[in-house]
Design a protein around this ligand. Structure first.
Ligand code: FMN
Length: 395
């Protein structure tokens, strides 16, 4: 071999070794070699780890959408009656900056309960749900109340398992923050996503004329800019960001790069980068990311769904969550995706003017519990972390 060729081969070899070292470092820093236990609950056979039907149902409940992916649920199995369990709001999972009155936290209780309900039908253990069976919260001692008073008593019955078309949707990601096609929702989708027969005190309206979509989008964008620039609120979100597999397995709740639809090798690359440079996900960078991604979402939204309740008590909030979860499952069966845009509905001081604006224009004197984008997604998104059902147990 000529001298020149040998030199070239050495350079090529060095480049390959360098690339391999970089790739290996990325995978080690990201934790890609670890078993991602935080994904186990998404497996349809996960429930088979448990004999107790109450745990089987709760294993479905915890796959529901929930604010900030805090999974703020606790369950207590009745020691006397093996057909009963209680759902409590987990006061250690509050996000007081973004949700000062724990309203979103109550919606998250409802989303859990709806999944339990649908799973109960499928498994032949249909449930009766009684909200606040031991009384409502003392609002002046909210967090103690959450620990004391169950949100719901769930009583399991026995029946022939029903083949509900909604069941499979439980195992799909509920929040798609990506691009939706510019396609109107057909009449059958509008009627499915505005059916409030079960909850006559809740109203659900789809807005999809160009003017409405533009107007709601502008309000949502204004809200996102306020949120992005309110540092204590952003800090709360930053604190629950899990940057790599080690952290995701440790906490199993909160946000991660999957939330923005990142998958595969890109996921590990991004995780390695944010692990090495946490500043990429804090301060101005975090604000810019949040505002830019919200802008893209809003630009690519053909329709909005608004859920409003006549009053804003705890029961209505939970019911709004149940209705929301039922719409998610219907949306899955129709090939549609949803994403809540909650900022304009949040009750902190800096958001007051936008909160009032959206209520004045779209609240019809009621409380808007959820503002959601709806549409046909261009891409599927990855699943988010979940805790083990046993970690929800109050022993
Ligand atoms: C009450 C409530 C408010 C939410 N607000 C937002 C929001 O403002 N923006 C967003 O992208 N997702 C929002 N979500 C979705 C959650 O972030 C999401 O459910 C959670 O991260 C778990 O992901 P998954 O729904 O894909 O399983 C909200 C969910 C609930 C129940």
């Amino acid at each position: 071999m000529k001298k020149g060729h040998i030199k070239l081969s050495i350079i090529l070899f060095a480049i390959i070794v360098f690339i391999l070292i970089v790739l290996l470092s990325i995978f080690i820093i990201s934790g890609s070699f670890l078993h991602n236990a935080y994904m186990d609950p998404w497996d349809k056979s996960y429930q088979n780890r448990y004999d107790d039907p109450r745990l089987k149902l709760s294993a479905h409940g915890l796959l529901a959408a929930n604010g900030h992916n805090m999974q703020p649920w606790k369950i207590k199995l009745d020691e006397v009656n093996s057909s009963v369990f209680y759902l409590y709001a987990d006061s250690s999972k509050i996000t007081p900056e973004v949700d000062p009155y724990a309203r979103q936290m109550m919606i998250s209780q409802g989303s859990f309960l709806e999944y339990v309900k649908i799973a109960g039908e499928k498994l032949g253990t249909p449930v009766t749900i009684t909200l606040f069976p031991e009384g409502v919260y003392d609002e002046n001692n909210l967090y103690t109340s959450m620990d004391t008073y169950p949100v719901a008593k769930v009583t399991l019955g026995k029946a022939t398992p029903q083949d509900t078309t909604l069941y499979d949707g439980i195992f799909l990601p509920d929040t798609n923050r990506g691009i939706y096609a510019k396609t109107f929702l057909p009449a059958n989708a509008v009627s499915a996503l505005t059916d409030t027969q079960e909850y006559p005190d809740i109203s659900a309206v789809i807005y999809q004329t160009a003017d409405q979509v533009q107007d709601i989008g502008l309000i949502a964008m204004e809200a996102a800019e306020i949120e992005g620039n309110t540092s204590r609120v952003m800090k709360e979100t930053e604190d629950i960001f899990r940057s790599n597999e080690y952290q995701k397995n440790k906490y199993r709740y909160g946000f991660s790069v999957e939330g923005q639809g990142t998958k595969g090798i890109m996921k590990h690359l991004l995780q390695a980068v944010v692990t090495l440079f946490p500043s990429m996900n804090s301060g101005k960078a975090q604000t810019d990311n949040f505002i830019n991604s919200t802008r893209t979402s809003i630009k690519n939204t053909p329709a909005y769904l608004l859920l409003t309740t006549k009053d804003n008590n705890r029961q209505s909030q939970v019911e709004a969550g149940m209705l929301y979860s039922s719409y998610i499952l219907k949306a899955h069966s129709l090939g549609l995706a949803m994403q809540p845009l909650s900022q304009a509905l949040e009750e902190y001081m800096e958001m007051n003017t936008v909160y009032e604006k959206i209520h004045l224009q779209y609240g019809t004197g009621n409380t808007i519990q959820m503002l959601l984008r709806v549409g046909y997604p261009e891409q599927s998104v990855p699943l988010s972390m979940r805790q083990d059902v046993e970690s929800l147990l109050i022993k």
